[in-house]
Design a protein around this ligand. Structure first.
Ligand SMILES: [Cu+2]
Length: 153
């Protein structure tokens, strides 16, 4: 027996289920998917590469025409040398600032926040293939490029 009241209740039940499903879909696409994309799973050997790759900011780097970031245009390999450390051995503070905004899906935005004081260093773990031209903010004639590449084995 179906009274008007029970079919009304049935209608509300169907609407509630539809709303529930829509909310689930919206939640999945708006929160769950971006969250899983935001935290890429990075293999263990990329998180713990074999060696630290050192780029020296050499003494006298501040002077235009001198060498500054050495090596200046290195290629580093994922899983081998993708952890890069800029070591400031000059007696002037410098920065490592990307020419254009650059970020790594795992490590976030690239670039020293503020200056690297003499004797200090800036390190960054790269987990993706990319090429980043960069410079020193106070001394824009100081430039370098870092390339991150796949290792061949
Ligand atoms: Cu500088």
């Amino acid at each position: 027996m179906s009274s008007p009241t029970s079919s009304h209740a049935y209608g509300i039940g169907v609407i509630a289920i539809l709303i529930g499903m829509s909310v689930s879909v919206i939640f999945y696409t708006s929160f769950y998917i971006p969250e899983s994309l935001a935290k890429p799973s990075v293999s263990e050997h990329i998180l713990n590469p074999e060696v630290d790759f050192i780029i020296e900011i050499v003494p006298g780097a501040v002077i235009d025409g001198n060498e500054n970031y050495v090596p200046n245009q290195p290629k580093v390999l994922l899983g081998i040398s993708n952890k890069v450390i800029w070591q400031n051995n000059d007696d002037t503070p410098h920065t490592v600032t990307p020419d254009h905004r650059a970020s790594d899906a795992y490590s976030g935005d690239f670039g020293s926040s503020g200056v690297i004081k003499p004797g200090d260093s800036y390190e960054f773990l790269f987990t993706e293939v990319q090429e980043i031209p960069y410079h020193c903010e106070p001394h824009p004639w100081m430039t370098g490029t870092i390339s991150i590449e796949l290792s061949r084995f």
